[in-house]
Ligand binder design. Structure first.
Ligand SMILES: [Zn+2]
Ligand SMILES: [Zn+2]
Length: 416
């Protein structure tokens, strides 16, 4: 028997309400902040991610779905959303538009990871990218938007972790200090970190190994090494967050697992859970467009996994808003009534009323039992008597009361 591949899942109808709600809230947030939708392909040239996310990162080293297609091209299923949007920005000359260009996307992300709660090998992501401005108020806008999305869904007890990881210039000195520190403790590092030490020391701050986490507490802090420009950028961002009344915590060891970040990085997490708890995050990536052979273009973005949001909504017991307008079940008895029922079903839908027809000619009792089990708000019944009188029975499924009236009158009463 076939099953969905490990780390993937089917989203069955009962859960779709959450998906619809979260997607609509996110799109509404984008409208309010002036972000426009972009869609990019699910797969890209593998090189795009190697050049942007970074060769020495977990994503590129261990998690990408990369394969050769039948034409011999090396293809990767998108493991993150920012690089494809930047590729599109360059390819379509979006730097010719008034800057910054504000974009958002929804789409699946693929990473070969060990599956666990809220983490899948295919997950659905919502992301925003503001490309073409260096101003810290833009970083604040992106964070504000993320924060308000969660708030508008009713999520509580979230924390915002914030850091600045500097620019190309000031990070160099920090990386040297970081390396010196870890070299002096090399014996206590895990094998992965010993490898990272020479190639990508910033990644050591990402390690989940308990020994490495302990060592991290004594490591030099990047916030003490950033240059004057990076410092004033970070200060302005924090001022904006205070103005926007968004509580935050500076975490000097927050780096995020991608190489392209500069200056601002942030993560939003529920307070009560540890480990894989981040529900969204992002940061500034001022060098990325240039790394992809575009003109130097500053940018900042944010992404959040929809599965993680929904998991947290369910954990926090947040119920879906009820949808207005009922659904009608068309029940009938006998061959002749069947034709009338088909006609009535069509008329109801034309009037904007959701209508479902009973199947086959089992007893009315059995049909109404089914209508009840399926949660219909009303049933319209056509029996022999109604057929003769050219009328229908309108039944309220909640209390069982029913009234005989014309089809026109029933439609009028059922209209949302
Ligand atoms: Zn700097
Ligand atoms: Zn380690």
């Amino acid at each position: 028997m076939f099953k969905a591949p490990r780390g993937t899942r089917d989203i069955l109808p009962p859960e779709q309400g959450y998906w619809k709600w979260v997607t609509e809230k996110a799109a509404e947030m984008c409208r309010l902040y002036g972000y426009q939708r972009i869609d990019t392909p699910v797969f890209e040239d593998a090189g795009l991610f190697v050049h942007s996310v970074g060769e020495e990162t977990d994503i590129v080293e261990k998690q990408m779905y990369t394969f050769e297609d039948r034409g011999g091209d090396k293809i990767t299923l998108r493991p993150e959303g920012t690089a494809p949007v930047c590729r599109a920005y360059i390819e379509h000359g979006l730097h010719n538009l008034p800057q910054p260009v504000r974009l958002f996307y929804f789409g699946p992300i693929f990473r070969y990871e060990r599956p666990q709660a809220g983490r899948f090998r295919q997950h659905q992501q919502f992301g925003c990218e503001a490309i073409g401005a260096a101003d810290a108020t833009l970083d604040a806008e992106i964070i504000d938007m993320a924060w308000n999305l969660y708030a508008s869904l009713g999520l509580k007890n979230l924390t915002l972790q914030l850091n600045s990881i500097g620019c190309r210039t000031c990070r160099r000195e920090y990386l040297q200090r970081l390396k010196d520190y870890y070299v002096s403790h090399e014996g206590s590092l895990c094998r992965d970190c010993r490898n990272r030490l020479s190639r990508n020391p910033l990644r050591l701050l990402d390690c989940k190994n308990p020994n490495c986490q302990d060592l991290m507490k004594g490591a030099p802090r990047i916030t003490e090494y950033i240059c004057a420009d990076c410092h004033s950028h970070f200060t302005l961002l924090q001022d904006c967050l205070v103005t926007l009344q968004i509580p935050y915590e500076v975490n000097p060891y927050l780096v995020r697992g991608l190489d392209y970040y500069t200056r601002t990085v942030f993560e939003i997490q529920p307070v009560d859970v540890g480990g894989q708890s981040t529900i969204g995050g992002g940061g500034r990536y001022d060098n990325l467009i240039e790394m992809l052979d575009g003109k130097p273009t500053p940018a900042v973005g944010f992404a959040t996994g929809l599965e993680r949001i929904i998991l947290n909504l369910q954990k926090q017991g947040i119920e879906l808003p009820t949808v207005a307008g009922g659904r009608v079940y068309v029940a009938y008895l006998g061959e002749e009534a069947r034709k009338e029922a088909v006609r009535l079903g069509a008329r109801l839908r034309r009037a904007g009323i959701a209508a479902t027809l009973a199947m086959d000619t089992r007893s009315l009792k059995a049909q109404l039992k089914q209508a009840n089990a399926l949660g219909f708000s009303h049933a319209v019944i056509i029996g022999e008597e109604e057929l003769k009188a050219n009328s229908v029975l309108l039944r309220d499924m909640a209390n069982g009361s029913q009234v005989q009236l014309s089809a026109e009158e029933a439609i009028r009463r059922l209209k949302p």
